[in-house]
Design a protein around this ligand. Structure first.
Ligand code: BGC
Length: 758
């Protein structure tokens, strides 16, 4: 349990100051795994050989991969017969990213022929959908609607479980403050509160009404921990952050996931301040289990244990297995080191028998909770997989989630929405047409060929599809012979241009770090050329991270951020372009002016030499060539309404004792179109014993406003919302003055203040 003593400077924190950073032991919805194992588990363990035990701790990639098994984690080199034999011999606990129910059935039947008939578990990276693909997690986070993420995770679980999958390696809850890091695309962005809310929602969605049900999957909060803090945004690279930053920034989304019942977590690839997470006993045992009371399962990442040799932390495979296992990794993914070395390590006394049995108990308890002992084929019912995937309801949800994920950065002169009739549209760019780069970088079971592209979406929405011309204009990374000329000709013949440019799927995701987070040069050249034609341009960006926009792209009158929207991206974008839906999403990551500003996050600390508002001053904190702030800040996003904030009230301006502070503001839509506004509450602690960020998101609410409508939005601030990690390393709050803002982004808002009193 986290200790909740307060630092000496803390005058007022009390029993109520639990919550954000300090938590009581975590109540797992799936029940404590390992410590309260079902009675039969220990009897079973007593009958197991050391090799069978090590087998239960060994997870392997499937010999037959999912539809789009990736180059990154290819199907197992073992052939099918070898994997079936391993199942029959009880040598593997399960497989991941397997092909579907037929293959899973064969494997399960083989496992049921093993000496102890322990069922296998089938895991998979079901990150943002299964065969129906929803927006990438970063895009979905832009909706600022955790309940939407809960619905899409639920739908994904329904599809995946029908293929026999019982365990998803999701949600990815890493905070990502450096857009160069390609895996930004898999999480909920740079903000801690947003990260917590989406972590919780996704776990609830995956695990549904109980993980023993055949339409639910067990969640795995990953990658524990601080993987997103890789130096210079280079994937897998060194992480060196303070314990305070771990506890204030990187841990809370994991805590939220565990509080919501996530039964497993995955150790991350990176080291933390010198110790690889996979061999980090402080992280995986002292904090995770000792402080937080987590009693689920810890799995390594893909060969994460073996990689400690390359880290220079383990001498060889045997040493790596020992270090990972003793640190707290219960199950090894893909290296096979546990199967190879654990029986010997236990026999020699290098690993205690009790630790060996504890890990096996956790695995068997997980399988029991999943209902696998009772119904090993429960999720594998003939025909169900086909019936449950890509249903009309799931595809409609994909379209809804997609349109709720699109952020409108600019709309000068009300260029959007476009008229459906009477205008000639030139749709230009490498992402204008074609079933590629639609579903995003990390989807094992989705298929771009089943997704709907932008051109198809637009043609279906306009009155006369013949008025739409398409020109690729450029490749993604390389110019296209004659491309610019054809695009310029199309632009000349059109009334309005829709420019679909940005990143390909494989420019973000695992191992896809970029040093410049810009639109690739050939596409930028295309944008400059068509902009010179002088027609109004709507830029539709495809991106897996925050981008630094330049030149004609940045200066276009209308810009939409569309991420990778999944199965129904084209129709969803058309819904927005032609006004069937008013954009309502917000940036979950700041878009800087330049790549060199990264790592950038809105909730940075002040400096001792802040540059006063206005031009740069000598010897103040500023860049020589770029502003300090973001071009488009966190939380920013426009609607088709005309939103105005007024009438901020901050209760009596005092937050004391165990009380609360009521904050209210009026938000009006003065425009002629309906809109949904994300109202955001930010706070700054002016003075504290540990410096505090210039702003921190404390709450947000998405509200619908009809034309002319206004609503009073109320927030309640509690003392525990103001906790931070004090100088003594413990959660604390301190009395004093706080600024607050209620507004539409991290850079705007009505400003007020309140005093926290003892
Ligand atoms: C990734 C994990 C993923 C695992 C299994 C690793 O490369 O880091 O996020 O769950 O592979 O596919």
């Amino acid at each position: 349990m986290i200790k909740t003593e307060l630092s000496r400077r803390s005058l007022i924190a009390g029993a109520g100051a639990l919550g954000l950073l300090a938590r009581p032991a975590i109540g797992l919805a799936i029940g404590p795994a390992g410590d309260q194992a079902p009675a039969f588990v220990d009897a079973l363990i007593a009958r197991m050989t050391p090799e069978e035990k090590a087998g239960q701790l060994t997870l392997m990639a499937s010999a037959i991969g999912g539809a789009a098994a990736s180059a990154l984690n290819p199907p197992n080199a073992n052939n099918v017969e070898q994997q079936l034999a391993a199942a029959r011999a009880g040598q593997i606990t399960g497989i991941f990213n397997g092909a579907g129910s037929d293959w899973h059935r064969r494997l399960q039947q083989a496992a049921l022929q093993s000496r102890l008939k322990i069922p296998m578990v089938f895991a998979a990276d079901v990150i943002h959908g299964f065969r129906t693909v929803f927006p990438v997690p970063l895009g979905e986070a832009a909706s600022f609607e955790p309940e939407l993420a809960e619905r899409t995770a639920r739908a994904a679980a329904e599809e995946a479980s029908a293929a026999g999958i019982a365990w998803t390696f999701a949600p990815m809850v890493d905070i990502a403050r450096d857009a160069r890091w390609g895996r930004s695309v898999e999480g909920a962005g740079e903000d801690v509160l947003l990260g917590r809310r989406f972590a919780e929602a996704r776990v609830k969605g995956f695990q549904g009404r109980g993980v023993d049900r055949d339409d639910c999957v067990l969640a795995c909060a990953k990658h524990f921990a601080a993987y997103g803090a890789a130096e210079a945004g280079l994937d897998y690279s060194t992480v060196d952050v303070s314990e305070r930053t771990l506890r204030e920034v990187y841990f809370p989304p994991f805590q939220a996931a565990f509080d919501a019942g996530a039964g497993t977590t995955m150790a991350s690839f990176n080291e933390i301040s010198g110790v690889p997470a996979t061999g980090n006993r402080w992280l995986l045992t002292d904090v995770l289990r000792g402080e937080w009371g987590f009693s689920g399962l810890v799995v390594s990442d893909y060969t994460g244990d073996e990689e400690m040799i390359a880290h220079g932390f383990a001498a060889d495979g045997r040493d790596a297995a020992r270090l990972a296992f003793l640190a707290g990794v219960d199950m090894s993914m893909q290296s096979g080191l546990y199967a190879k070395y654990l029986p010997g390590l236990v026999a020699e006394g290098a690993v205690p028998q009790a630790r060996f049995d504890q890990a096996v108990r956790r695995v068997l308890t997980m399988k029991a909770r999943l209902g696998l002992f009772d119904r090993p084929l429960g999720r594998i019912v003939a025909g169900r997989e086909r019936e449950r995937v890509r249903t009309p309801a799931a595809l409609e949800l994909a379209r809804e989630a997609a349109r709720r994920s699109v952020v409108m950065l600019k709309n000068d002169g009300g260029l959007l929405p476009l008229a459906k009739a009477g205008r000639r549209i030139a749709l230009i760019g490498p992402f204008a047409e074609g079933q590629h780069d639609l579903i995003g970088p990390w989807n094992v079971y989705g298929d771009d060929k089943q997704a709907v592209d932008l051109a198809t979406g637009i043609r279906a929405a306009v009155a006369d599809p013949k008025l739409v011309t398409v020109a690729a204009g450029s490749g993604i990374d390389a110019p296209l012979a004659g491309g610019i000329e054809a695009a310029v000709a199309a632009a000349r013949a059109a009334d309005v241009l829709v420019l679909a440019i940005g990143e390909s799927s494989n420019m973000s995701g695992e191992a896809q770090s970029r040093t410049a987070i810009t639109v690739p040069a050939p596409q930028q050249a295309l944008a400059e050329a068509v902009a010179a034609v002088g027609k109004p341009i709507v830029v539709v960006l495809k991106n897996g991270r925050a981008l630094a926009l330049e030149g004609a792209v940045r200066d276009a009158p209308a810009i939409l951020v569309s991420w990778f929207l999944g199965s129904e991206g084209g129709p969803a974008l058309a819904d927005i372009l032609f006004g069937a839906y008013s954009p309502s999403a917000r940036l979950p990551v700041s878009f800087p002016y330049e790549s060199g500003q990264e790592p950038y996050h809105y909730d940075h600390k002040p400096t001792g030499r802040p540059n006063p508002p206005g031009p740069p001053q000598e010897y103040k904190a500023h860049y020589r060539t770029a502003p300090n702030e973001a071009l488009f800040p966190f939380g920013h996003g426009l609607t088709y309404g005309e939103i105005a904030y007024s009438g901020l009230s901050v209760g009596d301006g005092r937050l004391g004792g165990s009380g609360t502070l009521s904050i209210a503001a009026t938000v009006a839509n003065k425009g002629r179109r309906a809109a949904e506004e994300v109202v955001q509450l930010y706070v700054r602690d002016r003075t504290a014993s540990v410096t505090r960020p210039v702003r921190q998101l404390k709450d947000f609410r998405k509200i619908a406003l009809a034309p002319g409508e206004s609503k009073t939005v109320r927030f309640t601030l509690r003392r525990e919302d103001l906790l931070f990690i004090g100088q003594d390393g413990k959660p604390t709050v301190e009395p004093g003055w706080f600024d607050l803002w209620v507004g539409p982004s991290a850079a705007e808002g009505l400003q007020g203040a309140f005093e926290l009193v003892a």
